[in-house]
Design a binder for this molecule. Structure first.
Ligand SMILES: [Zn+2]
Length: 339
C-alpha cells in the first residue's frame, strides 16, 4: 500500500481494507465553491479514487478567502472552478482521477451526473439544486450528504434512501427565494465551511469504508461564533413525504424548468440556452471583437457591454454581471450570443 496513506491506514476504523475501498470509490461533488473545495481536498488527500466535480461558475477574487483550492491567478484568469480545482488536486494527489464538468446542475443532467458514483456530496449554495438532488438520489437509491453554511453557522445531514429521512421529510417545502440569508448577503467565514465540510467528509468516508454504524444519524447544526452545536436525532423516513414516501419527484419531473436565474445577492444573472448546445468559443470571440475588449481562455469568453460583464461558457450559458434583471440579461444574451 502506498505510504502516503499510512497514517490513515493506522486509524483502525479505516485500516488497509478501508483504504482499498476508498481507492476504488467514486464520489460526485455538486458545486465547487467553499464547501466543495474543502470536501474535494479532503477526499483527494484521503485517496478516494475518483472525484467528479461539477460547477457552473468561474473563480473570482471574493472567493479566495474561503475557497481553498483556488489561487490569485485562477481569479485573474477567470478559470472555471471545476477546472481550477482539477488542476490543483492533480498537484495534491496525482494518483487519483478527477473529472471536471463545467455545467449548471438541472433536471436535464442531474441523473447522468449521479450515475456511476457511490455517493453524492452537496456543495451547492441554493435550495433549488438541493431539492433536485434529493429527488434524483431518492429515485436512484443513492446516498447524498446535505451541507450548507452561511455567516458563522451551518448544517448537515446524511440522506440514505429508505433508511433515513430525506431532505423533504425534514423541510417539506423549499424556502421562498430571498427568504434565507446567503453568503452574498450575510457573508461567511472559513471556519464554518471547514466544520460543515469536515462533518460531511467524515460521513462519506464512514460510508465508503463500510462503517454505517458510525454515522451521526442526525440533523447537525453548528455556529462557530456563538459556540453552539445542536444535534437533532433523526429516526425513520416520513411515509407521507412527497419525495421518499410517495415517490413524487416534483423537482426532477418539472416540465419546463427555468434555467435562467438571478444569482442570489451577486448582482448577476445566469442565462441558459433553450436547448443543449456547444459553442465555438473562438468564433464567438472573433464575432465580439468589434464591441470592445474580449478576453478568452479555453473554457470561456468574457466581454464588457456598458455596465455589464458577460462571461460565456462553451455549453452556451452566460453569466451576466451588473444586473439582477433577467429580461435585461436575456436581451444582452440575444444581442451578442443569440443561440
Ligand atoms: Zn422524504
Amino acid at each position: 500500500m502506498n505510504e502516503r496513506y499510512s497514517r490513515q491506514v493506522l486509524f483502525h476504523e479505516i485500516g488497509k481494507a478501508g483504504q482499498e475501498r476508498l481507492l476504488n470509490s467514486r464520489v460526485l461533488l455538486v458545486g465547487c465553491g467553499a464547501l466543495g473545495c474543502a470536501q474535494a481536498e479532503m477526499l483527494a488527500r484521503a485517496g478516494v479514487g475518483k472525484l467528479r466535480i461539477v460547477d457552473r461558475d468561474f473563480v473570482e477574487f471574493t472567493n479566495l478567502q474561503r475557497q481553498t483550492l483556488f489561487k490569485e491567478s485562477d481569479a485573474a484568469d477567470r478559470l472555471p472552478k471545476a477546472i481550477a480545482a482539477k488542476t490543483r488536486i492533480a498537484e495534491i494527489n496525482s494518483e487519483i482521477d478527477v473529472e471536471a464538468t463545467i455545467a449548471d446542475v438541472n433536471n436535464s443532467n442531474v441523473e447522468s451526473l449521479i450515475n456511476g458514483v457511490d455517493i453524492v456530496i452537496d456543495g451547492t449554495d441554493n435550495f433549488q439544486v438541493r431539492y433536485l438532488l434529493n429527488d434524483a438520489c431518492i429515485k436512484h437509491n443513492k446516498t447524498w450528504i446535505y451541507g450548507a453554511a452561511v455567516s458563522s453557522y451551518g448544517t448537515t445531514m446524511t440522506v440514505i434512501p429508505g433508511v433515513t429521512p430525506c431532505l423533504r421529510c425534514i423541510f417539506d417545502e423549499m424556502p421562498d427565494a430571498g427568504s434565507s440569508p446567503t453568503c452574498d448577503t450575510a457573508g461567511v467565514i472559513m471556519p464554518i465551511i471547514a466544520t460543515v465540510a469536515a462533518t460531511q467528509v467524515a460521513e462519506a468516508i464512514k460510508i465508503l469504508v463500510g462503517d454505517a454504524a458510525s454515522l451521526h444519524r442526525s440533523l447537525m447544526q453548528f455556529d462557530v461564533w456563538a459556540n453552539d452545536r445542536q444535534r437533532i436525532n433523526l429516526s425513520e423516513p416520513n411515509p407521507d413525504c412527497k419525495c421518499c414516501g410517495q415517490r413524487i419527484f416534483e423537482f426532477l419531473d418539472a416540465e419546463a424548468q427555468e434555467f435562467s436565474a438571478v444569482l442570489c445577492g451577486r448582482n448577476a444573472v445566469q442565462i441558459a440556452p433553450p436547448r443543449a448546445t456547444e459553442l465555438d468559443l473562438a468564433q464567438l470571440a472573433e464575432k465580439l471583437q468589434n464591441i470592445g475588449e474580449v478576453k478568452q481562455n479555453e473554457y470561456l469568453v468574457r466581454f464588457i457591454s456598458g455596465e455589464n460583464e458577460v462571461t460565456v461558457f462553451r455549453d452556451g450559458r452566460a453569466i451576466v454581471k451588473g444586473t439582477d434583471d433577467i429580461s435585461a440579461a436575456r436581451s444582452l444574451y440575444a444581442r451578442f450570443i443569440g443561440v
